[in-house]
Design a protein around this ligand. Structure first.
Ligand SMILES: [Fe+2]
Length: 299
């Protein structure tokens, strides 16, 4: 059995020492005001929770950790460096740490141009099938765990307009994903497709256009090629899972694993003939599983 822990939207932040003021002459000023007014309180314990998460992973015998992005608040170089330091204990799972960025990690063009996410998280961005990498390392594919294929598609992009936080998987990545799912080295495995944005909300409906995944329908259609697997994501700060008519795979949203009062996570136990998803939550000082709310992905 392989046990996978899925977390998301950690939103770590340690103030902005040394960040030049010109970095705020844009959408970050709105983001900073929002952070000071509201977000900072909601994520005040984020660092302690990530430490507790690493304890939880160890105690629960987690083999592999998957994080679906949004490590930061405003995607500055200093924040990404800080987040990378904080998550270090989480990256020690025996089979590794698999990740995709969130929109807050590529908040504005300056972050993308400078490659801050790649600079600090580059060691996790590798693919076992480089022939399909069409957009930097994306889609990234890990085949290192027996019986499992992890596929990350990057749906995060800068949104300079303060009213927008939507995403899109570039068409070239989607085309590559379709070919990956048809590859004989992949198709018989249990497949975890990870991306930041939610293809559907908890009620099975698409997210609002200014917040959602533009080409969610195309992703779901391509995912129909998968026999056994799950789509994991974050961005919506509520933990949920939903089965939708457009895909054979359940969608599992970890929500935000550190958001005060809404902390969520998923644990997937994958065996050859069975896979079970168990949600987890924060319980004052530690994370706990909720086995009474577990469901079978296939059996
Ligand atoms: Fe997000």
């Amino acid at each position: 059995m392989t046990r996978i822990l899925h977390v998301s939207d950690l939103h770590l932040e340690d103030g902005f020492p040394g960040v030049p003021w010109k970095s705020f002459a844009n959408k970050r000023l709105v983001g900073l005001a929002n952070l000071r007014l509201l977000r900072r309180r909601l994520f005040a314990q984020a660092r302690q929770k990530v430490d507790a998460l690493a304890d939880f992973a160890r105690e629960q015998g987690v083999d592999l950790v998957v994080c679906t992005g949004d490590y930061t608040a405003l995607g500055t170089d200093a924040e990404i460096a800080y987040a990378r330091r904080v998550i270090e204990p989480l990256t020690h799972a025996p089979q590794g740490f698999f990740t995709v960025p969130g929109n807050h990690d590529v908040y504005l063009q300056d972050a993308v141009r400078a490659g801050w996410f790649e600079k600090h998280f580059g060691e996790f961005l590798r693919t076992d099938l480089p022939e399909y990498a069409v957009d930097g390392p994306w889609p990234q594919v890990w085949l290192s765990v027996d019986g499992l294929a992890l596929i990350g598609v990057n749906s995060a992009r800068p949104n300079p307009n303060p009213t927008l936080s939507n995403g899109r998987i570039p068409d070239a990545q989607l085309d590559a994903l379709a070919r990956i799912l048809d590859d004989e080295r992949v198709r018989d495995r249990f497949i975890i497709i990870a991306t930041h944005y939610a293809p559907r909300l908890a009620n099975g409906q698409p997210d609002r256009p200014h917040h959602g995944l533009e080409n969610a329908d195309a992703l779901l259609e391509i995912s129909c090629a998968v026999q056994r697997g799950v789509i994991v994501h974050g961005h919506v700060h509520r933990r949920y899972h939903v089965w939708v008519a457009e895909s054979h795979l359940p969608l599992c949203c970890a929500g935000s694993t550190t958001h005060e009062g809404r902390e969520g996570l998923w644990v997937f136990d994958v065996e050859e003939h069975r896979a079970v998803a168990t949600p987890g939550r924060w319980d004052q000082l530690r994370y706990i599983l909720e086995p009474d709310q577990a469901f079978e992905i296939f059996a």
